[in-house]
Ligand binder design. Sequence first.
Ligand code: V47
Length: 365
Amino acid sequence: MLSDAFRYQIETKITEGLRLSRDEGLALLHSHDLAWLGYLANKVRQRVSGDYVYFNVNRHINLTNVCTARCKFCAFGCDNSSPQAYSMTKEHVLRIARQAAEDPDLRELHIVSGLHPDWPFEYYVDIIATVKEALPHLHLKAFTAVEIHYFAKISGKSVEEVLKTLKKAGLGSMPGGGAEIFSPRVRSLLCPNKASGEDWLAIMRTAHRLGIRTNASMLYGHIETPEERIDHLLALRDLQDETGGFQTFIGLAFHPKNTALESQVTRVPAWEDLKMIALARLMLDNFKHIKAYWVMLTLPIAQLALAFGANDLDGTVNEEKITHAAGGKSEQSLSIERLVNVIRQAGRIPVERDSLYNIVKIYRQ
Ligand code: V47
């Protein structure tokens, strides 16, 4: 229970637009007063973004599920020998991209991949170059910092060279995945075979310096402590102060089904999801956008999140694999009409955006 004095201190700082400290963040995380958290986060969201709620028209492509990292929280990655294993050829990727591009509203391909043991870096570059050449009007948001780290390792190139090569081939921006929780304790237990938290942050710093905008994420609801969640948010806030290159923050709710953690961990309740949205909005005072990723939250919770600080719903998506492999129950894709309705029902103004958050269309009544 927070003392009245501490609550007043936090509330005053938020009203005055002052930055919250680590201790204040922890106090918010421990608070059970969800309505109060929502009230505070909504106030900040209104100040930063007004009534606009953003979405985009996009398509996900997961190049392969074969992955050398085999993170304990992931139900999607597998070995090459698994019956579920798939690896797309360049032609296959191009066919999916062309099919998706039959929708005249499509603006973005979200392309990510497992850390494939046999593909050389050149293959990933070739895919980006081929898709971009065939469909130059599409924005390619591709490869997490974890993949960039892997590409540097397998190619012997520096991270900067890898990013420059991909940018030249047509990479437009980078998604925020792979951040998980930066804590070395958690990473050593859950994902020791890939980039560290420090690596992730360093790669994003380099990307931002090269003019590549990126997203940021946090995977919560597994074995992390409250302190590790707050420290993760603070590390993102610090880097954003330095570079300004993050576009949006996405809290990813851990789905345990079919993962190595299934017997130990249950999915956090909606209460916790809404608290995390509010906490992100309040701690990340230098992020304009806080995303309620409807695929992981489910659409009703994502809609509620709009009253808890979120101003971004991701997109139409289509063919999401990572959450669904881990028991996700939401639809595979949403139409523009559904997204527009969900936003309007919440009393907000739907705004279709491009991948860099430029406004494409405002859906006024
Ligand atoms: O990095 C993996 C997470 C991420 C599970 O940048 C899991 O716009 C929950 O980053 N339960 C990939 N989460 C998804 C991602 C993303 C999604 C949508 C938009 C954007 C963006 C980024 O999913 C992974 C990992 O942190 N993840 N397994 C799981 N069982």
